[in-house]
Design a protein. Structure first.
Length: 345
């Protein structure tokens, strides 16, 4: 347990947009992203502002339909587009997000998260495959995909850029009166097609109705309490709220530099860091602050008063050297602590 003084931090809040097919999830996300970028880079040209936005598209490249069009009075420019094809797994997503970040992208729209849950190569598909191959793995299959789930949600909800995820909702019908007083069936979105509970991992969850109005069914910012369309002003509010407080990324970069310094000290530290990277499936440059602090406190520091224990008592230094619990349970403490630190329920 890490105990610190609570401070309001700048944060690129994670956003989820759910709705039935045709409700306008992609279009609303693009308009919201444009509002964020306008506030973030007010001096950039319209064309260059759109170059700060990218869509990771699992929907057969449908996001391209919106490029260079007019939607709700907003001109949608030419944004970056990444065609995400099966298998829809966390490793491929993380690679794509990191590539876009290197290009200077500041808002990524994942359209849609539903494929990483139920699509080919997604979480549900991996579980089904494990269970088909081993009839006794009905319960343990979910334990095997927990690292995949943790890595996926960590990427979407704890990143250094804004990520807007969309999710399909199963379609249902309700009976409502129209403006003529006639009762007619109306298509409505029900439970989003993601794992139950994932929606609570996001700071804001907008649910879009078939008339393109949106309701914030979850909102940690307490800014959105009505039912109205998502506009550029929605993006303005999100950016302004997110920009208050201290910058945690500056602190994280300083911690990364310290880990890099210790990494370069000797081969022992290199093996240790590589082992932790294997366990977390995340490069140390992408660890969060608690993971980085843990690494700094446990790496070998030359000329430091902190001494390593005798060699025979050291924790395993690489992924390949990790012993089974049956053989050397007393040597697993440090590695297990780091594994717990890198996994979020």
């Amino acid at each position: 347990m890490e105990i610190t003084i609570a401070k309001r931090e700048k944060i690129k809040i994670p956003i989820l947009v759910t709705g039935a097919s045709g409700s306008g999830k992609t279009a609303s996300s693009l308009i919201m992203a444009k509002g964020i970028i306008e506030k973030m880079f007010p001096r950039l040209s319209e064309e260059d502002q759109w170059k700060k936005i990218a869509v990771i598209d699992t929907e057969h490249e449908r996001a391209k339909y919106y490029a260079d069009t007019e939607l709700a009075g907003v001109h949608i420019g030419e944004f970056y587009h990444a065609n995400f094809e099966p298998p829809y797994n966390d490793k491929a997503l993380i690679q794509g997000v990191n590539e876009l970040k290197k290009m200077g992208i500041e808002v990524i729209i994942l359209d849609s998260l539903s494929h990483l849950w139920s699509g080919k190569g997604g979480i549900q598909d991996i579980v089904d495959d494990i269970q088909r191959k081993n009839s006794k793995a009905q319960m343990t299959a979910w334990n095997k995909v927990k690292p995949n789930i943790n890595n996926l949600l960590h990427t979407l909800t704890a990143n250094s850029i804004y990520i807007i995820s969309t999710a399909r909702s199963k379609t249902g019908y309700d009976m409502e009166k129209n403006d003529k007083g006639k009762v007619v069936p109306v298509k409505v979105g029900l439970q989003p097609e993601i794992r139950s509970g994932w929606e609570y991992e996001f700071a804001i969850n907008f649910n879009i109705n078939q008339d393109h109005t949106a309701e914030a069914v979850k909102d940690n910012t307490n800014m959105f309490d009505g039912v109205e369309p998502i506009t550029k002003e929605t993006g303005y509010k999100i950016y302004e709220w997110s920009s208050e407080g201290v910058d945690p990324e500056e602190e994280r970069q300083a911690l990364i530099a310290k880990v890099q310094e210790l990494f370069n000290l000797d081969d022992e530290n290199k093996r240790t860091v590589v082992g932790w990277e294997h366990r977390s499936n995340i490069k140390f440059e992408n660890w969060d602050k608690s993971q980085l602090r843990y690494a700094i406190s446990n790496l070998h520091k030359i000329d430091s008063v902190v001494k390593l224990p005798p060699k025979q008592e050291q924790a395993p230094q690489s992924f390949e050297e990790v012993p089974s619990k049956q053989n050397e349970p007393e040597n697993m403490g440090m590695a297990e602590q780091f594994e717990r630190a890198t996994q979020k329920a």
